[in-house]
Design a protein around this ligand. Structure first.
Ligand code: HEC
Length: 273
C-alpha cells in the first residue's frame, strides 16, 4: 500500500513538468501500475474499508423505526445481497419505479427504517477527504457482492426501456449556461480535460471498461465516490442545477450507462484517479 502511494506520488510529481499529452500517458501508466498492485493485493484497496463499514450498517438497526436493512428487497428478494447489483437498475413494482442501487437503498431507508426523504437527499455526498456517507458505504458493500460478475440488468420491461431511452436522450441533450451535453465530453475516444481522461461512454466497448468500477475509491479525494455522486459531479461540471440523488434524471442516466456497459465486468469498489 505504502509502496503504491509512493509510486503514485512520484509519478504525479514527475508528470507536473512534462508536456500535457505525455504527462497524461504517464499519469495513466502510474495509476495503472497502482491498480495492478492493488489487484495483486486486493485487500489494499481503501474502498474495501467502506464496504466493510457498509456491511455493518446494513445489518445494524437504525432510523426512527430502529430496524436493520436486512428486509430490504434489492430485486432478488428481501435481504438478498449477492449478485443483486449485477441486475440493477430494474423496475420495482412496490415503488412503481425503475431504481438504481442507491435510489433503492434510499427507498428502503425511508420505508423500513423511517428516515425522511428530505433528510436523505440533503447533502448526501461527502466533502473532499471525508469518508463516503452511510448510504454510499452500504452501496459499496452491496456492489462489492457482485464483483467478478458481468452486468446483466435486463432493462427489457416497458418501464425500464422508457427510462433507458430517457437517459440516452439526456446524455445527448445540450443544456445549461455552457450548452454542454454529457456527449460534449464523453462521445469520443482519447479526449481529455487537463490530465483527466474522458471515457467514450456512449461506446459499449469503453463503457464496459469503466462503469463496473463504480463505486470507486478516488485517490485524488481519498474517498469512495458512488455512481450517483459521479452523476452529481458531472452535472456540476456542466454548471447545471444540482442533481438530486435518486431523481428521475439521475436514475435515467445510470440506466443508460449500465445498458451501454452491458456484459462488462463488475470490479467494485474500483480505483480511480
Ligand atoms: C465538461 C466536461 C464533462 C461533461 C459535460 C460531463 N462530464 Fe463526466 N466526466 C468529466 C471528467 C473530467 C471526468 C473524470 C473526472 C476525474 O478523472 O476525476 C468525468 C467522469 C465521468 C464518469 C466516470 C468515468 C470513469 O472513468 O469511470 C462518468 C460515468 C461520467 N463522467 C458521466 C457523465 C455524464 C452521465 C454526464 C452528463 C450528465 C457527464 N459525465 C458530463 C467531464 C465531464
Amino acid at each position: 500500500m505504502n509502496k503504491g502511494l509512493i509510486i503514485l506520488a512520484a509519478c504525479c510529481a514527475a508528470v507536473a513538468a512534462a508536456p500535457f499529452a505525455l504527462a497524461q500517458d504517464e499519469t495513466e501508466k502510474g495509476v495503472e501500475k497502482y491498480r495492478q498492485m492493488l489487484k495483486e493485493d486486493p485487500w489494499s484497496n481503501p474502498g474495501l474499508l467502506d464496504a466493510d463499514r457498509g456491511e455493518g450498517l446494513w445489518k445494524t438497526a437504525a432510523g426512527p423505526n430502529k430496524v436493520s436493512l436486512e428486509k430490504c428487497d434489492l430485486g432478488k428478494g428481501a435481504g438478498v445481497v449477492d449478485g443483486v447489483f449485477a441486475e440493477l437498475p430494474r423496475y420495482f413494482a412496490d415503488a412503481s419505479k425503475v431504481m438504481d442501487l442507491e435510489t433503492r437503498l434510499m427507498w428502503c431507508m425511508e420505508k423500513l427504517q423511517g428516515w425522511k426523504h428530505a433528510d436523505l437527499v440533503k447533502k448526501p455526498y461527502p466533502a473532499g477527504g471525508q469518508p463516503v456517507k452511510d448510504l454510499g458505504a452500504i452501496a459499496t458493500y452491496v456492489a462489492s457482492k457482485s464483483s467478478g460478475m458481468k452486468y446483466a440488468a435486463k432493462l427489457d420491461k416497458p418501464e425500464e426501456k422508457a427510462v433507458v431511452d430517457a437517459g440516452h436522450a439526456i446524455f445527448f441533450r445540450r443544456q445549461g449556461p455552457h450548452d454542454f451535453s454529457c456527449a460534449t465530453c464523453h462521445n469520443d475516444s482519447g479526449k481529455r480535460i487537463r490530465l483527466q481522461g474522458l471515457p467514450y461512454l456512449a461506446d459499449p466497448k469503453e463503457a464496459k471498461q469503466v462503469i463496473g468500477q463504480w463505486p470507486a475509491y478516488r485517490v485524488s479525494t481519498t474517498q469512495v465516490m458512488t455512481m450517483q455522486h459521479r452523476m452529481y459531479d458531472c452535472y456540476w461540471q456542466m454548471r447545471m442545477p444540482e442533481l438530486e440523488m435518486g431523481s428521475d434524471v439521475s436514475v435515467a442516466l445510470i440506466a443508460y450507462l449500465t445498458k451501454s456497459a452491458e456484459g462488462g465486468e463488475i470490479a467494485a469498489p474500483g480505483l480511480k484517479r
